[in-house]
Design a protein around this ligand. Structure first.
Ligand SMILES: *Cc1c(COP(=O)(O)O)cnc(C)c1O
Length: 466
């Protein structure tokens, strides 16, 4: 299994060689040269597997440069009961509608599912190569904490995570800043998220600095994260069906298009998925694309701060991988579209619209703050289950695409405890905090505060990098 770039300018490389890289050298994103295919017999033979053992099977299709027993050891560590007390449970809401619980990990959001595997495989590959890596990133909440919980205490790797001072919830701050591991460095920047991101881009873009300090990233374009996410589509299908060929639909609260891209790949691999229902909030760039065929990312000034904040994105960083499939894997066409996007701020694939729905099964919808409140309240009144605002966007849009005889699984991308304010607004009561996190906000915090100045961050890295 070798990997190529969506823009056609990278010599094929094995998994371990693309693992630690961000963008391909030609500016594209890596994808397997051919997608493994799953027949009905293989899927049926996996029904009895635990999540960890299923993950080793599925990931093994994409990773042939790590021995199978090492991979199994890693998935068993990543998906162990002390990390995920429950693993991807199906939680029924109504007949034909259920949640797939992806937020049972340490940071209460779905990013733990992929990031915990990433933590294992980073440590393994760095060990084998005798290398060190310093992860530099910026976060407005979920990604940074998922990365820190996955990489804390791991050999050969340190994390330097920039966050905008005073812009995260008290819960999110406590989650990150209470980590005391020596390889975790939280840096609160006196600025907004975009300014944190600019500092990361400036330092990672300085190739001398980058190679001297072995800088790396764990952002949502990382292929290993996408591969690890394919596992729970297979798992969800196995849990929601009894036999071969039965169809299931998935509804996915979307931002950077990483989560639903994994669903698209699972479907192309042969998992019997009927619809992939893409849900956005008021930042509806992706919903607009699936409705009109025009992709028109918004400037930061038109990206709204909503009550499902992890979906407040203006440009979907994984979308290029889907476009590559849409245009028949024609890398030259991808390059032309990306150049057009840069020059004109949009591109138009409306001529390919039948492909989205008929060939690839995509439908989309947008949800608003009022929709979230109504949905959280209705589901709670009816079933007693509390859902978080992102999951509520998914449930809202899923309801418009229910079809008789086809179970709909809505991916639960966070737990309500993380977004208490909106839950309180919707239901009049605060969500329960999991027992293990009840003292979280009382724990001592460890954070460096800095001005919005790349030189200060560079200096800190220089002193603390591995
Ligand atoms: C990251 C995130 C999303 C969006 O997922 P993408 O892969 O970026 O589409 C949705 N909900 C929550 C809670 C998230 O943390």
């Amino acid at each position: 299994m070798k990997y190529r770039s969506t823009r056609g300018g990278m010599a094929p490389l094995p998994f371990c060689d693309i693992l630690l890289e961000g963008l391909a050298p030609d500016g594209g994103l890596s994808l397997p040269e051919t997608l493994p295919q799953l027949d009905a017999d293989t899927l049926e033979s996996w029904r009895g597997l635990s999540y960890a053992d299923l993950a080793a099977q599925v990931l093994g299709l994409f990773i042939d440069d790590i021995p199978a027993d090492d991979l199994l050891r890693m998935t068993r560590a990543a998906y162990a009961p002390d990390v995920f007390p429950q693993i991807a449970p199906v939680k029924p809401l109504r007949p034909g509608l259920a949640l797939l619980g992806l937020s049972e990990g340490p940071t209460l959001a779905f990013k733990d599912m992929a990031m915990q595997f990433l933590g294992q495989v980073f440590e393994y590959v760095l060990d084998q190569r005798g290398q060190t890596l310093n992860i530099l990133g910026a976060t407005s909440g979920d990604t940074g904490s998922a990365a820190e919980y996955a990489l804390r205490g791991k050999r050969g790797v340190a994390v330097f995570m920039l966050s905008p001072q005073g812009r995260m919830s008290a819960f999110q701050r406590a989650q990150m800043y209470s980590l005391q591991d020596a390889n975790i460095h939280n840096i609160a920047v006196r600025g907004v998220f975009d300014e944190c991101q600019d500092i990361v881009k400036a330092l990672a873009g300085d190739l001398d600095f980058k190679s001297t300090h072995h800088l790396g990233a764990v952002n949502s374009i990382n292929w290993a994260r996408i591969a690890a996410q394919i596992v729970y589509y297979v798992w969800g299908w196995l849990r929601a069906t009894q036999g071969p060929g039965q169809q299931v639909s998935f509804a996915v609260p979307s931002g950077n298009f990483g989560n639903i891209l994994a669903g698209h790949l699972a479907r192309r691999m042969g998992v019997p998925i009927h619809r992939l229902v893409l849900a956005t909030n008021e930042n509806n760039v992706l919903e607009e694309f699936f409705r009109t065929g025009v992709y028109r990312p918004r400037p930061a000034s038109q990206t709204y701060a909503t009550s499902s904040p992890s979906m407040d994105i203006s440009r979907a960083s994984n979308f290029e991988r889907f476009v590559f499939d849409l245009v028949g894997q024609d890398a030259a066409r991808v390059r032309a579209l990306m150049a057009e996007l840069q020059q004109t701020g949009q591109f138009d694939l409306s001529a390919l619209k039948p492909q989205f729905t008929e060939r690839y099964g995509f439908v989309a919808g947008a949800s608003s703050h009022a929709d979230r409140l109504t949905t959280i309240r209705a589901i709670h009144d009816e079933t007693g289950v509390l859902i978080d605002p992102h999951t509520a966007d998914g449930v809202k849009v899923a309801q418009a695409h229910l079809e008789p005889g086809i179970p709909m699984l809505v991916l639960e991308t966070a737990l309500p405890a993380k977004f208490a304010e909106t839950i309180l607004e919707a239901t009049g009561q605060a969500p329960a905090v999991p027992a293990a996190l009840q003292d979280l906000q009382q724990r001592p915090q460890r954070v460096e505060t800095m001005d919005c100045d790349a030189r200060q961050v560079a200096d800190y890295l220089h002193r603390h990098a591995l």
